[in-house]
Every structure is written in structure tokens, then in C-alpha cells.
Design a protein around this ligand. Structure first.
Ligand SMILES: [Zn+2]
Ligand SMILES: [Zn+2]
Length: 363
């Protein structure tokens, strides 16, 4: 782990073009910073991650000071409260979550844990519309106006989303019951029939599971549910966190702290452990009556993931799109068109009546 970098401010460093002095931006899917004015490219000597270093949770959970922290200039949104960081390569920034313009005076400084790794953007901002268009075309029952409006509204904004990842070795002792089905004949005469019943056996056992990189988004803008919908991150292509990759993008401040993130990660691990216990018990049915899990070798890291987002207002309501900045996988909330749904229902009923009439006429 490198020593604490006091003076670098996450994402807020501005990199200037050696040729014309303009602010440079990271060019997705490349290893260089690009100048939008004169076209000059400046290479980033990024370190390919050979071995991922993770931090020991126990060691750091009690002692924030030990962590690799940095002073970070944060800009807050007056309307929704979302907090983020960006540098001068973004001329006029609007809150990626609610579209409210961000005001320079709404900045403050905070001491935050420095992310260890990040996945750089792969898809360029100008290509995001293509993905959005395809997605909108496939939407069922969406109002036509929405499609038009969504495509007209602002360019999708690239935002690096903070995420915690946790590793843990778990050892669980459990006791439970195994249910085995059997069939038997009951009743007499006309009521004689075969039924399935379950015989229960007490059992206990042990499962050991290792968890690698259980991911918990630390974002205040994107829920875990949304992150799951756009997921599949090629984590093998992660690079060491370098502010130059953040240039031209907004970086969201983590809202969930590492302890709360760990609580959530344990919930995820616990449901996997339950699944493993049920498999271990076997039989046709399982009951878990008691379990005791020991978590050890807990490691964690903070990473940044590239997401494009767009928000738009339709009939006074705020809707969002989220696009995986590496794969283009997209999700979003959307309104439904009551008229289109009504027409579909009417067509369905008419088709059904026609079908019944056809059957009757053939008899
Ligand atoms: Zn230039
Ligand atoms: Zn906002």
C-alpha cells in the first residue's frame, strides 16, 4: 500500500494539454488523456494490476487513521444532496442524479478513504445514445413522447460509482432436519389413494465457504438493485486508482461507510451459507434450526465502477437510465402508457373472441 497522499484530491486534479493548455479528459477504452481542442493524446502509464491487494478489515475497522485517506473536494447538489467530485475538464456540471446545475460555491473538503482500484470507462459518451435508443425501442408500452424526450434530453453523464468488496473465510456449524419423502396408500374402497408424506431426521454438520469480492455499492445515487441489473464487471481489467482516469467524469463520494458495507456483505454471505447448508443436509426438504458462523481473514477494498446515467423529467416525475460503462448493459425506470396498454388488452379480447368463434364454427 502506498503512503497517504496528503495533497492529491480525488478527481479534482486538472491535467493540462502540453500543446494548447486545455483541460484533458480520459478517453474511454484507451490508455491516454485526450484534448478535445487540438486532438493531442497524452499517455497514462497505468500499472496493470498483477496482484490485487486487499486490506485487513479487523485491523482498519477500529482505526480509520491507518487507512490510506485523502482530502477530497466535494461538491454537493442543493436539490437532492448527492455528493461528488470532478475537475475542470467538465465545464458546466449538472447533478447526474437530478439534473440540477451544480454550483462551485457548494463545495467543501472531507477526509475520505482512497479507492484502491478502478475499472476505466470503455464506452464513449457519444456512443451511449446508441445503447439508449436500442433499449427504448424494445420497451413495451412506453409512451411515444417518452422515447422522444428521453433521447432529446442531456447527454448521458459518466459517473464513477464507489463500491466496497469483501472477502471472508467462513466456518459454520449447524443443526437441522432432513425431510425424506415417501409414498403410502391411505383410505379404503373408493377413497383408497396414494399420498406423499415426509419423514424428518435430525442432523448436524459443518460447512466452510470462502467468499471472494462480495460487492456492496457504497453509492447514494444507485441502489444495489440497479447495480445488480447492470452488473457483470470484468474485474480482471481493473487498474490501480489513478486520478487521470477520472478526468472528464464525475466521481461519486461513498455514502455507505466500510462498517455498514460489511454488515450488508455478511447478509449476502449468510444467505449463501444457508444455501450451502441445505445442500449439505440433502434429502427432499431441509430445516435449519441453529447455526453458528465464524468469519475470519476478512479483507476489503474500495473500488470505482464506470456507469453512465441520465435523468429526465416526464410529466413532473423524475426517471433515470443507468448504463454499464464497460458493457453497455442498461436499465432504468420508465413510465407506462395507459392508452397503449388499453389497446393491447382490447386487441387481446378481440383475438380471444375470434378464436372461440372459430372453434365453434369448426364443430
Ligand atoms: Zn490541446
Ligand atoms: Zn441532485
Amino acid at each position: 500500500m502506498s503512503e497517504t497522499t496528503e495533497n492529491t484530491r480525488l478527481g479534482s486534479d486538472t491535467y493540462q494539454c502540453m500543446n494548447c493548455g486545455a483541460a484533458l479528459k480520459y478517453k474511454p477504452d484507451t490508455d491516454f488523456l485526450h484534448c478535445d481542442y487540438c486532438g493531442t493524446n497524452t499517455p497514462i502509464e497505468s500499472k496493470k494490476v498483477e496482484e490485487v491487494h486487499e486490506l485487513d478489515f479487523e485491523q482498519y475497522a477500529q482505526n480509520f487513521e491507518k487507512l490510506n485517506t485523502q482530502t477530497t473536494k466535494i461538491i454537493g447538489c442543493r436539490k437532492c444532496g448527492a455528493e461528488s467530485t470532478f475537475n475542470e475538464s467538465i465545464k458546466s456540471a449538472a447533478c447526474p442524479y437530478c439534473t440540477t446545475p451544480l454550483i462551485e460555491s457548494d463545495t467543501h473538503e472531507e477526509r475520505l478513504i482512497r479507492p484502491s482500484y478502478l475499472l476505466p470507462f470503455k464506452i464513449e459518451g457519444r456512443d451511449t445514445h446508441k445503447h439508449l435508443e436500442t433499449w427504448l425501442k424494445r420497451l413495451w408500452f412506453a409512451p411515444n413522447k417518452l422515447k422522444k424526450q428521453a433521447l432529446q434530453t442531456n447527454q448521458l453523464q459518466g459517473v464513477y460509482i464507489p463500491c466496497w468488496t469483501y472477502d471472508a473465510q467462513t466456518e459454520t456449524d449447524y443443526s437441522g432436519q432432513k425431510g425424506v419423502n415417501y409414498t403410502t396408500t391411505v383410505g379404503t374402497g373408493k377413497n383408497r389413494r396414494t399420498v406423499t408424506r415426509t419423514r424428518w431426521y435430525f442432523c448436524d454438520g459443518h460447512v466452510s465457504l470462502f467468499f471472494d469480492d462480495v460487492m456492496v455499492p457504497a453509492s447514494g445515487m444507485i441502489s444495489r438493485d440497479i447495480m445488480n441489473k447492470i452488473n457483470n464487471w470484468d474485474s480482471m481489467n481493473m487498474v490501480e486508482a489513478d486520478n487521470r482516469f477520472l478526468s472528464g467524469f464525475i466521481t461519486e463520494k461513498y455514502v455507505m461507510n466500510m462498517n455498514n458495507g460489511y454488515d450488508l456483505a455478511r447478509q449476502i454471505m449468510n444467505s449463501e451459507i444457508d444455501y450451502a447448508i441445505r445442500r449439505d443436509i440433502g434429502g427432499d426438504h431441509q430445516r435449519i434450526t441453529a447455526k453458528n458462523t465464524h468469519f475470519s481473514e476478512v479483507k476489503f477494498k474500495l473500488i470505482l465502477l464506470p456507469v453512465y446515467m441520465s435523468s429526465y423529467i416526464y410529466k413532473n416525475k423524475l426517471y433515470h437510465f443507468f448504463l454499464n460503462g464497460r458493457t453497455g448493459r442498461l436499465t432504468g425506470d420508465r413510465p407506462y402508457s395507459p392508452i397503449k396498454i388499453a389497446i393491447a388488452i382490447i386487441i387481446g379480447i378481440v383475438a380471444l373472441i375470434a378464436f372461440i368463434l372459430l372453434l365453434n364454427s369448426n364443430q
